[in-house]
Ligand binder design. Structure first.
Ligand code: AQP
Length: 326
Protein backbone atom coordinates (compact mmCIF):
# COMPACT_ATOMS: atom_id res chain seq x y z
CA UNK A 1 0.00 0.00 0.00
CA UNK A 2 1.31 3.48 -0.83
CA UNK A 3 2.45 5.41 2.22
CA UNK A 4 0.79 8.69 3.04
CA UNK A 5 2.88 11.85 2.92
CA UNK A 6 3.72 13.95 5.95
CA UNK A 7 5.29 17.42 5.78
CA UNK A 8 6.54 19.62 8.60
CA UNK A 9 9.03 22.43 9.12
CA UNK A 10 11.07 24.08 11.86
CA UNK A 11 12.56 27.55 11.85
CA UNK A 12 16.30 27.83 12.45
CA UNK A 13 15.99 30.82 14.73
CA UNK A 14 18.12 30.22 17.78
CA UNK A 15 18.12 26.91 19.51
CA UNK A 16 15.45 24.25 19.47
CA UNK A 17 13.62 24.07 22.82
CA UNK A 18 11.71 21.29 24.58
CA UNK A 19 8.42 22.79 23.33
CA UNK A 20 9.54 22.24 19.74
CA UNK A 21 10.79 18.81 20.72
CA UNK A 22 7.70 17.56 22.56
CA UNK A 23 5.16 19.36 20.37
CA UNK A 24 6.62 18.48 17.01
CA UNK A 25 10.06 16.94 16.65
CA UNK A 26 9.45 13.76 18.65
CA UNK A 27 6.45 13.03 16.45
CA UNK A 28 8.43 13.73 13.31
CA UNK A 29 10.85 11.00 14.31
CA UNK A 30 8.12 8.48 15.18
CA UNK A 31 6.14 9.14 11.99
CA UNK A 32 9.08 8.02 9.86
CA UNK A 33 8.03 4.43 10.63
CA UNK A 34 4.72 4.74 8.86
CA UNK A 35 4.76 7.71 6.51
CA UNK A 36 6.66 9.11 3.59
CA UNK A 37 8.10 12.07 5.53
CA UNK A 38 9.33 15.41 4.24
CA UNK A 39 11.00 17.63 6.84
CA UNK A 40 12.28 21.08 6.11
CA UNK A 41 14.39 23.67 7.90
CA UNK A 42 12.23 26.66 6.99
CA UNK A 43 14.90 29.33 6.71
CA UNK A 44 12.79 31.65 4.52
CA UNK A 45 10.19 31.81 7.26
CA UNK A 46 12.92 32.69 9.73
CA UNK A 47 14.11 35.82 7.88
CA UNK A 48 10.75 37.51 8.40
CA UNK A 49 12.24 38.87 11.64
CA UNK A 50 15.57 40.78 11.73
CA UNK A 51 18.59 38.43 12.00
CA UNK A 52 22.36 38.68 11.88
CA UNK A 53 23.42 36.92 8.62
CA UNK A 54 26.61 35.35 10.00
CA UNK A 55 25.02 33.79 13.06
CA UNK A 56 21.89 32.92 11.08
CA UNK A 57 23.87 30.75 8.70
CA UNK A 58 25.33 28.85 11.64
CA UNK A 59 21.83 28.60 13.17
CA UNK A 60 20.62 26.90 9.98
CA UNK A 61 23.38 24.31 10.22
CA UNK A 62 22.82 23.84 13.95
CA UNK A 63 19.07 23.35 13.46
CA UNK A 64 19.71 20.69 10.82
CA UNK A 65 22.20 19.00 13.19
CA UNK A 66 19.75 19.01 16.12
CA UNK A 67 17.05 17.44 13.98
CA UNK A 68 19.36 14.71 12.72
CA UNK A 69 20.69 14.11 16.25
CA UNK A 70 17.11 13.80 17.53
CA UNK A 71 16.34 11.11 14.96
CA UNK A 72 15.30 12.73 11.67
CA UNK A 73 16.91 10.29 9.25
CA UNK A 74 17.98 11.81 5.91
CA UNK A 75 18.23 8.29 4.47
CA UNK A 76 14.54 7.65 5.13
CA UNK A 77 13.02 11.13 4.96
CA UNK A 78 13.41 14.01 2.55
CA UNK A 79 15.29 16.61 4.60
CA UNK A 80 16.54 19.96 3.27
CA UNK A 81 16.59 23.78 3.59
CA UNK A 82 13.49 25.52 2.25
CA UNK A 83 15.53 28.28 0.54
CA UNK A 84 17.21 25.68 -1.69
CA UNK A 85 13.94 24.61 -3.31
CA UNK A 86 12.52 27.59 -5.26
CA UNK A 87 9.22 25.84 -6.01
CA UNK A 88 8.14 26.72 -2.43
CA UNK A 89 8.14 30.45 -3.15
CA UNK A 90 6.66 30.04 -6.62
CA UNK A 91 3.68 28.16 -5.22
CA UNK A 92 3.41 30.68 -2.37
CA UNK A 93 2.96 33.45 -4.95
CA UNK A 94 0.25 31.51 -6.79
CA UNK A 95 -1.56 30.75 -3.52
CA UNK A 96 -1.10 34.37 -2.43
CA UNK A 97 -3.13 35.35 -5.48
CA UNK A 98 -6.15 33.51 -4.10
CA UNK A 99 -5.70 34.57 -0.44
CA UNK A 100 -7.96 37.31 0.93
CA UNK A 101 -6.20 39.96 3.00
CA UNK A 102 -9.14 39.79 5.43
CA UNK A 103 -8.20 36.21 6.21
CA UNK A 104 -4.53 37.09 6.76
CA UNK A 105 -5.56 39.97 9.03
CA UNK A 106 -7.07 37.41 11.41
CA UNK A 107 -3.83 35.42 11.91
CA UNK A 108 -2.94 35.77 15.59
CA UNK A 109 0.73 34.80 15.22
CA UNK A 110 1.25 37.69 12.79
CA UNK A 111 -0.19 40.13 15.32
CA UNK A 112 2.02 38.77 18.12
CA UNK A 113 5.21 38.79 16.07
CA UNK A 114 4.53 42.13 14.37
CA UNK A 115 4.09 43.71 17.81
CA UNK A 116 7.47 42.34 18.89
CA UNK A 117 9.60 42.46 15.73
CA UNK A 118 7.81 44.99 13.50
CA UNK A 119 5.57 44.12 10.59
CA UNK A 120 6.67 43.39 7.01
CA UNK A 121 5.16 41.71 3.97
CA UNK A 122 7.06 38.44 4.58
CA UNK A 123 5.71 38.14 8.10
CA UNK A 124 2.21 38.98 6.87
CA UNK A 125 2.28 36.35 4.14
CA UNK A 126 4.11 33.77 6.32
CA UNK A 127 1.02 31.51 6.54
CA UNK A 128 0.74 31.46 2.72
CA UNK A 129 4.34 30.26 2.40
CA UNK A 130 3.56 27.63 5.02
CA UNK A 131 0.54 26.53 2.98
CA UNK A 132 2.78 26.28 -0.09
CA UNK A 133 5.35 24.18 1.84
CA UNK A 134 2.65 21.67 2.71
CA UNK A 135 0.65 21.64 -0.53
CA UNK A 136 3.73 21.54 -2.78
CA UNK A 137 4.21 17.82 -2.02
CA UNK A 138 0.48 17.07 -1.67
CA UNK A 139 1.01 16.24 2.02
CA UNK A 140 -1.81 14.29 3.66
CA UNK A 141 -0.85 15.17 7.22
CA UNK A 142 1.14 17.79 9.13
CA UNK A 143 2.54 17.16 12.62
CA UNK A 144 2.55 20.51 14.46
CA UNK A 145 2.10 22.04 17.90
CA UNK A 146 -1.13 23.70 18.91
CA UNK A 147 0.12 27.19 17.92
CA UNK A 148 0.04 26.23 14.23
CA UNK A 149 -3.64 25.18 14.16
CA UNK A 150 -4.83 28.45 12.65
CA UNK A 151 -2.19 28.34 9.90
CA UNK A 152 -3.19 24.83 9.03
CA UNK A 153 -6.83 25.90 8.74
CA UNK A 154 -5.73 28.52 6.22
CA UNK A 155 -3.77 25.86 4.31
CA UNK A 156 -6.91 23.71 4.09
CA UNK A 157 -8.98 26.69 2.92
CA UNK A 158 -6.44 27.56 0.24
CA UNK A 159 -6.31 23.96 -1.01
CA UNK A 160 -10.10 23.92 -1.31
CA UNK A 161 -10.19 27.33 -3.00
CA UNK A 162 -7.52 26.33 -5.52
CA UNK A 163 -9.29 23.03 -6.27
CA UNK A 164 -12.59 24.86 -6.78
CA UNK A 165 -11.10 27.48 -9.07
CA UNK A 166 -8.58 25.46 -11.08
CA UNK A 167 -9.62 21.82 -10.69
CA UNK A 168 -8.97 19.09 -8.16
CA UNK A 169 -5.23 19.19 -7.40
CA UNK A 170 -4.48 19.27 -3.69
CA UNK A 171 -5.51 16.80 -0.98
CA UNK A 172 -6.83 18.57 2.12
CA UNK A 173 -4.11 18.03 4.76
CA UNK A 174 -4.97 16.89 8.28
CA UNK A 175 -3.14 18.27 11.32
CA UNK A 176 -1.44 15.78 13.64
CA UNK A 177 -1.50 17.56 17.01
CA UNK A 178 -0.35 15.51 20.01
CA UNK A 179 -2.86 15.09 22.85
CA UNK A 180 -0.21 16.09 25.35
CA UNK A 181 2.81 18.28 24.69
CA UNK A 182 1.14 20.34 21.97
CA UNK A 183 1.65 23.47 24.06
CA UNK A 184 4.56 23.42 26.48
CA UNK A 185 4.45 26.61 28.49
CA UNK A 186 7.17 29.09 29.46
CA UNK A 187 8.97 28.22 32.70
CA UNK A 188 8.76 31.85 33.77
CA UNK A 189 5.19 32.58 32.67
CA UNK A 190 3.18 29.37 32.47
CA UNK A 191 0.29 31.19 30.82
CA UNK A 192 2.25 31.76 27.60
CA UNK A 193 3.91 29.15 25.37
CA UNK A 194 7.60 28.31 25.57
CA UNK A 195 9.13 30.20 22.67
CA UNK A 196 12.50 30.68 20.95
CA UNK A 197 11.94 34.41 20.73
CA UNK A 198 11.20 35.02 24.45
CA UNK A 199 13.86 37.46 25.66
CA UNK A 200 14.17 35.66 28.97
CA UNK A 201 16.33 32.58 28.42
CA UNK A 202 15.18 31.19 31.77
CA UNK A 203 11.77 30.69 30.15
CA UNK A 204 12.93 27.67 28.15
CA UNK A 205 15.06 24.54 28.16
CA UNK A 206 16.99 23.88 24.98
CA UNK A 207 17.38 20.39 23.60
CA UNK A 208 21.17 20.90 23.77
CA UNK A 209 21.34 22.35 27.30
CA UNK A 210 23.68 20.49 29.63
CA UNK A 211 22.58 18.83 32.86
CA UNK A 212 23.51 21.80 35.07
CA UNK A 213 21.58 24.30 32.99
CA UNK A 214 18.52 22.04 32.90
CA UNK A 215 18.61 21.65 36.70
CA UNK A 216 18.96 25.41 37.11
CA UNK A 217 16.13 26.27 34.71
CA UNK A 218 13.72 23.84 36.37
CA UNK A 219 14.74 24.87 39.87
CA UNK A 220 13.88 28.49 38.99
CA UNK A 221 10.63 27.61 37.18
CA UNK A 222 7.63 29.57 38.44
CA UNK A 223 5.15 27.45 40.41
CA UNK A 224 2.63 28.89 42.89
CA UNK A 225 2.44 29.74 46.56
CA UNK A 226 0.44 26.63 47.51
CA UNK A 227 1.61 23.06 47.88
CA UNK A 228 0.90 19.65 46.35
CA UNK A 229 1.58 18.14 42.93
CA UNK A 230 -1.78 18.17 41.17
CA UNK A 231 -2.82 18.68 37.55
CA UNK A 232 -4.84 21.91 37.50
CA UNK A 233 -4.13 24.29 34.62
CA UNK A 234 -6.43 26.96 36.13
CA UNK A 235 -4.87 27.39 39.54
CA UNK A 236 -1.54 25.56 39.19
CA UNK A 237 -0.32 26.19 35.62
CA UNK A 238 3.39 26.07 36.54
CA UNK A 239 3.12 22.74 38.37
CA UNK A 240 0.86 21.35 35.60
CA UNK A 241 3.43 22.32 32.97
CA UNK A 242 6.18 20.51 34.90
CA UNK A 243 3.91 17.47 35.30
CA UNK A 244 3.27 17.44 31.56
CA UNK A 245 6.99 17.53 30.89
CA UNK A 246 7.63 14.72 33.38
CA UNK A 247 4.89 12.62 31.86
CA UNK A 248 6.25 13.06 28.32
CA UNK A 249 9.87 12.57 29.25
CA UNK A 250 9.39 9.61 31.62
CA UNK A 251 6.33 7.90 30.14
CA UNK A 252 4.46 8.09 33.49
CA UNK A 253 0.74 8.88 33.33
CA UNK A 254 -0.62 11.91 35.18
CA UNK A 255 -2.36 9.57 37.65
CA UNK A 256 0.93 7.82 38.38
CA UNK A 257 2.68 11.15 38.89
CA UNK A 258 -0.02 12.36 41.29
CA UNK A 259 0.05 9.04 43.19
CA UNK A 260 3.84 9.06 43.51
CA UNK A 261 4.59 12.76 44.04
CA UNK A 262 1.24 14.28 45.11
CA UNK A 263 2.52 15.11 48.59
CA UNK A 264 6.08 16.04 47.60
CA UNK A 265 7.41 19.53 48.03
CA UNK A 266 8.02 21.61 44.89
CA UNK A 267 11.80 21.40 45.35
CA UNK A 268 11.84 17.59 45.40
CA UNK A 269 9.42 17.36 42.49
CA UNK A 270 11.51 19.72 40.39
CA UNK A 271 14.57 17.52 40.94
CA UNK A 272 12.61 14.52 39.63
CA UNK A 273 11.48 16.46 36.55
CA UNK A 274 15.00 17.72 35.88
CA UNK A 275 16.51 14.22 36.00
CA UNK A 276 13.88 12.86 33.59
CA UNK A 277 14.56 15.68 31.12
CA UNK A 278 18.34 15.23 31.40
CA UNK A 279 18.12 11.48 30.82
CA UNK A 280 15.92 11.77 27.72
CA UNK A 281 17.90 14.56 26.09
CA UNK A 282 21.41 13.20 26.80
CA UNK A 283 21.60 10.90 23.72
CA UNK A 284 20.58 13.80 21.45
CA UNK A 285 23.33 15.96 22.87
CA UNK A 286 25.84 13.17 22.37
CA UNK A 287 24.75 12.52 18.77
CA UNK A 288 24.87 16.25 18.05
CA UNK A 289 28.47 16.40 19.26
CA UNK A 290 29.46 13.68 16.82
CA UNK A 291 28.02 15.37 13.73
CA UNK A 292 30.25 17.56 11.59
CA UNK A 293 29.05 20.70 9.82
CA UNK A 294 30.52 19.61 6.48
CA UNK A 295 28.82 16.24 6.60
CA UNK A 296 25.47 17.86 7.41
CA UNK A 297 25.92 20.42 4.60
CA UNK A 298 26.43 17.57 2.13
CA UNK A 299 23.34 15.72 3.37
CA UNK A 300 21.28 18.90 3.08
CA UNK A 301 22.49 19.57 -0.48
CA UNK A 302 21.56 16.06 -1.52
CA UNK A 303 18.16 16.49 0.17
CA UNK A 304 17.57 19.74 -1.71
CA UNK A 305 18.41 18.11 -5.03
CA UNK A 306 15.87 15.34 -4.41
CA UNK A 307 13.31 17.82 -3.13
CA UNK A 308 13.68 20.03 -6.22
CA UNK A 309 13.11 17.06 -8.53
CA UNK A 310 10.07 15.94 -6.62
CA UNK A 311 8.64 19.45 -6.25
CA UNK A 312 9.13 20.25 -9.93
CA UNK A 313 7.04 17.27 -11.00
CA UNK A 314 4.13 18.55 -8.91
CA UNK A 315 4.67 22.18 -9.75
CA UNK A 316 4.37 21.57 -13.50
CA UNK A 317 0.81 20.40 -12.85
CA UNK A 318 0.03 23.58 -10.94
CA UNK A 319 1.43 25.77 -13.74
CA UNK A 320 -0.71 23.93 -16.29
CA UNK A 321 -3.83 24.39 -14.18
CA UNK A 322 -3.23 28.11 -13.73
CA UNK A 323 -2.36 28.67 -17.43
CA UNK A 324 1.34 29.28 -16.99
CA UNK A 325 2.77 26.91 -19.61
CA UNK A 326 4.09 27.25 -23.16
N1 AQP B 1 5.74 25.76 23.31
C1 AQP B 1 5.50 24.84 22.38
N2 AQP B 1 4.90 23.68 22.73
C2 AQP B 1 4.66 22.73 21.78
N3 AQP B 1 4.99 22.85 20.48
C3 AQP B 1 5.61 23.99 20.10
N4 AQP B 1 6.08 24.44 18.91
C4 AQP B 1 6.62 25.66 19.06
N5 AQP B 1 6.50 26.07 20.35
C5 AQP B 1 5.90 25.05 21.01
C6 AQP B 1 6.02 23.65 17.66
O1 AQP B 1 7.35 23.50 17.18
C7 AQP B 1 7.32 23.41 15.76
C8 AQP B 1 8.42 24.23 15.14
O2 AQP B 1 8.19 25.58 15.47
P1 AQP B 1 8.81 26.77 14.66
O3 AQP B 1 10.25 26.59 14.53
O4 AQP B 1 8.06 26.98 13.39
O5 AQP B 1 8.56 27.98 15.62
P2 AQP B 1 7.26 28.58 16.27
O6 AQP B 1 6.07 27.73 16.11
O7 AQP B 1 7.12 29.97 15.77
O8 AQP B 1 7.59 28.57 17.81
P3 AQP B 1 8.93 28.93 18.52
O9 AQP B 1 9.87 27.79 18.32
O10 AQP B 1 8.73 29.21 19.93
O11 AQP B 1 9.41 30.23 17.80
P4 AQP B 1 8.87 31.72 18.04
O12 AQP B 1 9.80 32.30 19.00
O13 AQP B 1 8.99 32.30 16.66
O14 AQP B 1 7.47 31.67 18.55
C9 AQP B 1 5.93 23.81 15.31
O15 AQP B 1 5.21 22.65 14.91
C10 AQP B 1 5.31 24.40 16.54
O16 AQP B 1 3.92 24.15 16.59
Amino acid sequence: MERKTVFSGLQPTGNVHVGNYLGALRNWVALQEEYDCIYCVVDLHAITVPLDPASFNQDRIDAAKVLIAAGVDPERSLFYYQSQVPQHTELAWILGSITGTGQLNRMTQFKDKADRAGSNLGLYSYPVLMAADILLYRADAVPVGDDQKQHLELTRDLAERFNHRYGEEFPIPEPIIPETGARIMSLQDPTSKMSKSDENEESRILVLDDADVIRKRIKRAVTDSGSGIRLDWETKPGVSNLMEMLSLFSGMSMAEIEAEYGDSGYGTFKEVVAEAVIEDLAPIRRAYGELEDGEVARLMQRGALDARTRAEGFQQRVRRRVGLTG
